[in-house]
Design a protein. Sequence first.
Length: 567
Amino acid sequence: MSARGEVGHVLRIEGAGECRELPLGDQPVTVGRHEANTLVIDDDAASRHHCVIEPVPGGWQIRDLRSRNGTLLNGRPLTRAPFAAGDVAAIGAVRIALRSVAPASSPSPAAPATARVAPALSPSPAAAGEGRGGGMFAPPRVFAPPPAPPAPPAPLRAAPDACELLLFSARGLPVGSDADTTAHGALAAVRSLLAECAGARASDIHLEPKGDHYAVRLRVDGVLVEAGHAYPEVGDRMCRAIKVLCDIDIAVPGVSQEGHFSALLGTRKIDYRASFIPSNRGQKLVLRALDPEQAPGRLDSLHLPTPMHDALTRLLAQDQGMLLVCGPTGSGKTTTIYASLRSIDADRRNLVTIEDPIEYQLDGITQFPVDAAKGSTMLTLLRSILRQDPDVVFIGEIRDADTARTAMQAAMTGHLVLSTAHVQDTLGAVFRLMDLGIEPYLLGSGLNLVLAQRLVRLLCPACRRPRAPTPEEAGRVAACGRSLTWLFVPAGCPLCRNTGYAGRRGIFELLTVGDALRSAIMSGPTYDTLRHAAATTPFARLREGGYDLVIQGLTSLEEVEQVLGSL
């Protein structure tokens, strides 16, 4: 063993009531469900290639490999972080701790080259149901009494150091150092705020004037949480500093203003969009963070049930057809579309997008922004792009009859078309297109798949608590053909900012336009005729997908019903 190994570093792996140790040498230790990994994790929360623990000068680091559920280090999500003795990484129900032993001692004598760890309760495939996965907890047919609450989490790891965050103006010019002046003092406060946002995985920052102070709130997992207060003069200086970064005129405070700037955190470039709107107590600022850590991955990262994943994969491999993703604002439609685009071979096919605005830059894909002021509308861009020999076209949103009709015609003439619509569910999307005046024969021939989705928050694994459902709760779940024996509820702890939740996951409803549904569409359907035709295909509603996550212990019943409402 090398000098690094002689110091006595070992990985202590705990899961399924067993514990084992794996010695560390000079080679990286890969972790995941695939058999090729050094440490094989038999847990549905783990990805095939989940993370890697690798040597770096002076120690070790742990790096997430764009896993589906992410990797927690001392209770905080990570992309890449130092891994020191005493740190604990969590993947589903498995805990991996780095510890050092005395030089004279040796690690476990029979430590294998590849270790395997199973989760606490792993259902049989028959019990879990195809595509549902089961996760850490088995469905009710094999559900034992709920497990004991998890051990207290490790201490909270601090947010990124604000000094590591470099600011760049809208023109791409670096901003100066933190000299002890009023302007630079404001920039230091801005850096601290952005570092807090990055550490919390927040999508938005709200700086709200309240008269005697500025309230600072972060949108984490779709919900605003309090982050602190700022004195009025500090808040004013921060707003002026951000306007300067955005090249916004600071001499005109009483109008709505927008701009953008960026920051560099290590190798991670984060773009920010700023919106200032005057209120009765001053200008309110909202910053949207476009963080590559939260950028969409590939289709495998969406946690789609197996039948839905396979149906989407088949469509994305076709030369023509149409996928329509629907849901309200903030339901993850763009994430699903981007994940679908990333799953298509851009080297062999010509992929183009029309977006308003462009959220993330996609490698190998030509992206066109809508600019109505210059005459570049969704429709004009689509008609021009169809003369550019595209194979795959993403239309940001179908808003009018002409765009819908052109998209349908493109889907029937040798193009794969992806788009979104602000509709509640899949059957509603069909009627929405008909309301736009799309002829039934065109709709039935051009449309292949309609995917509706929502995002629900996942329970914090460190503080969730089990309880028995009430008869009324069990009855609601039973109405969807599920059986609920135990459920979990949020409690709140420092790791989740006392919200009880950490992270989000999609729930989905997929409508496949087969022969029966196509005939129903072409015959002038009602909602009931479409629903009966959809029932002839494998069709699970959004609520059923949400209840499956409740049964698996991943989210709460209250969260699912709040997100879905009366749907």
